[in-house]
Write a protein that binds this ligand. Structure first.
Ligand SMILES: *Cc1c(COP(=O)(O)O)cnc(C)c1O
Length: 285
């Protein structure tokens, strides 16, 4: 098994960097002065959008839904460092409506906002993973399966468009109700005819963001064998899905397999599981 270290990209790491390369280019071509995006309170995409804006001399406004807790700083601490403005909306509120209102306010103030959707998953954003697919093919021509977490779907869509659906195993994390439709739509927009997707939905557990037992085992195994740090929301579930695929014979010995590490380390420190890990350690001290 090989690991594609997309957790070691810029902006504190993660898969949104490849999408933002294309999304920010599109925004700048349209004359944008400010990037507006949305997500949960610990959105990695929001954090990386804030960093991309800082690098390009743009402003960033992040509409985050949920109940942020300064005792779990995670991505929030980085967003302050990157100089973003955050608008917090309560759980269950209409985030898209709030984003539209923020964009209107910005326009009225003479700014040119570019609104990036949840997870940066437009066809433009997904092009970042079409490029990653080309990179993987060059690095490992005999690659049989790449395994990736699926949130808003752009990552899997780009990989499917570049490698073919039969070489991509997506592991759903429960972020959206219709991941397969989203992946198919985005891959089609990239010019592919995706066919049947290999998308496991057996690792979601109680829901998006909730760590599963299999996910916790995957985190411990990766850390204690390779020093590789996963986080509960995406990568723990992706590795648990890979493990399940080995157990049920979908991935067999000799299959050249790549685990896409999509990042998210800052989010670990914004998740209750981090406090639990530290508590377990101290309880034994
Ligand atoms: C956003 C994210 C994903 C999911 O990527 P999508 O393109 O939204 O499906 C996976 N892992 C991490 C760490 C992420 O932040």
């Amino acid at each position: 098994m090989w690991v594609k270290r997309d957790d070691l990209t810029s902006f504190a790491g993660g898969n949104k960097v490849r999408k933002l390369e294309h999304l920010v280019g599109e925004a700048e071509a349209a004359g944008a002065t400010v990037l507006v995006t949305s997500g949960g309170v610990q959105s990695n995409h929001a954090r990386m959008t804030a960093a991309a804006a800082a690098v390009r001399g743009l402003r960033a406004v992040l509409v985050l839904s949920g109940e942020p807790d300064p005792a779990r700083p995670g991505n929030l601490a980085l967003e302050e460092l990157f100089g973003a403005r955050v608008v917090v909306v309560p759980p269950g509120a209409d985030v898209d409506a709030r984003v539209a209102a923020v964009a209107d306010e910005l326009r009225a103030a003479g700014e040119v906002p570019a609104v990036l959707p949840l997870g940066g998953s437009t066809a433009t954003g997904a092009r970042g993973y079409l490029a990653c697919a080309a990179e993987l093919s060059e690095q490992l021509p005999d690659l049989r399966t790449v395994v990736a977490a699926v949130g808003s779907g752009g990552t899997m869509a780009g990989l499917v468009a570049g490698l073919g659906a039969e070489r991509v195993l997506g592991v759903d994390t429960g972020a959206v109700p219709d991941p397969a439709e989203r992946v198919t739509t985005l891959a089609t927009a990239l010019g592919a005819t995706p066919g049947r997707l290999d998308l496991r939905r057996d690792q979601v557990g109680p829901g998006y963001g909730a760590l599963t037992e299999a996910g916790a085992t995957a985190m411990t195994t990766a850390a204690r064998t390779e020093g590789l740090v996963l986080e509960p929301v995406y990568t723990a579930k992706a590795l648990a899905g890979l493990t399940a695929a080995v157990a049920d014979g979908t991935i067999r010995p000799g299959h050249r397999t790549v685990f896409l590490h999509s990042g998210g380390l800052p989010g670990l420190f914004g998740h209750p599981h981090a406090a639990r890990l530290a508590g377990d350690l101290l309880a034994r001290s």
